[in-house]
Design a protein around this ligand. Structure first.
Ligand code: ADP
Ligand code: TZP
Ligand code: MG
Length: 262
């Protein structure tokens, strides 16, 4: 398995162009997080150009946080184009369990076999068609409760599923990894899950999806730990978090990643 520090270095060496079709809340937060980490984000969602841009970008991320019909069409077009071009793409099924419309669009996206699905436990459980306890965009279920749903989705899509929360879980249906990095201030700042999806997109570009996803989660969680050191609350944490994504290097990650494989 490639070590997470090598994955980080490879991502930074290539500074991949990642197309993101994300939500209105996340757009700025996510672009800044991706830039700080060393990637090159582009938020491109018009249906007239989304698929064409997917051919230019190295990877695509799709997030259903503030969904509307026009955007949903751009999402399926871009994901299909990414598949046609052999580019990896990452699905963030924000609040999928909340409404029938989200479930319908998420099912269309799932049928396009995302390379990686990244969501909180309630989203992963709902996406697998089971009863979840999500509260809008926030999780109401523990990550451990989503293990079976994650494995089912991974086998169904042939991709990787990452369930995030207090301790993260990554699986490709066969391999499982627990990523123990992170800090409780992270879910107190909006769009940090969405931003992580963008970071995963940057790591999977040209890398093994399972290894790259594990590395991205460890890197992100460790940046959260570093940022929390000295933060007074969500406001100062958010600023320090951007700095930590920028300053954290391969040596820090090799020392600080807490990953358990099974
Ligand atoms: N209670 C927690 N303790 C430590 N890290 C957390 C906690 N909750 C979430 N995180 C971290 O926050 C990041 C975003 O995950 P999450 O909050 O699950 O996403 P979302 O915002 O989509 O619900 C991940 O890196 C995750 O590990
Ligand atoms: C608050 C909100 N409402 C619709 S999308 C969104 C952002 C959700 O971000 P995250 O899933 O990263 O917490
Ligand atoms: Mg989310």
């Amino acid at each position: 398995m490639q070590t997470p520090d090598r994955s980080l270095d490879q991502m930074r060496d290539t500074a991949p162009l990642v197309q993101n079709i994300t939500n209105f809340v996340a757009m700025n937060v996510m672009a800044n997080a991706m830039l700080a980490a060393g990637a090159s984000p582009a938020m491109v969602h018009a249906r007239e150009e989304a698929a064409e841009f997917a051919g230019l970008a190295i990877a695509l991320t799709v997030n259903i946080g503030t969904l509307s019909p026009d955007w949903a069409g751009a999402m399926t077009d871009a994901a299909a184009a990414a598949n046609d071009h052999g580019k990896p793409w990452v699905l963030d099924p924000v609040a999928v369990g909340a409404t029938t419309y989200r479930q319908t669009v998420a099912a269309q996206l799932l049928a396009l076999n995302p390379t990686v699905i990244r969501g909180n436990a309630s989203e992963i459980i709902a996406l697998a068609g089971k009863d979840a306890s999500g509260k809008g965009v926030d999780a109401g279920d523990a990550v451990s409760v989503a293990t079976d749903a994650a494995a089912v989705l991974a086998r169904r899509t042939g991709g990787v599923v990452a369930v995030t929360g207090q301790t993260d879980l990554v699986t490709d249906g066969t391999r499982f990894a627990e990523v123990q990095n992170g800090h409780p201030l992270m879910p107190r700042v909006t769009a940090l899950g969405c931003s992580l999806t963008g970071i995963v997109g940057a790591f999977v570009a040209g890398q093994d999806p399972f290894e790259a996803t594990v590395a991205a989660l460890a890197f992100y969680g460790l940046a959260g730990e570093r940022a929390a050191n000295g933060a007074k609350g969500p406001g100062s944490f958010q600023v320090a978090f951007l700095d930590a994504l920028y300053t954290l290097d391969g040596h820090d990650l090799a020392r600080g990643a807490r990953i358990v494989l099974s």
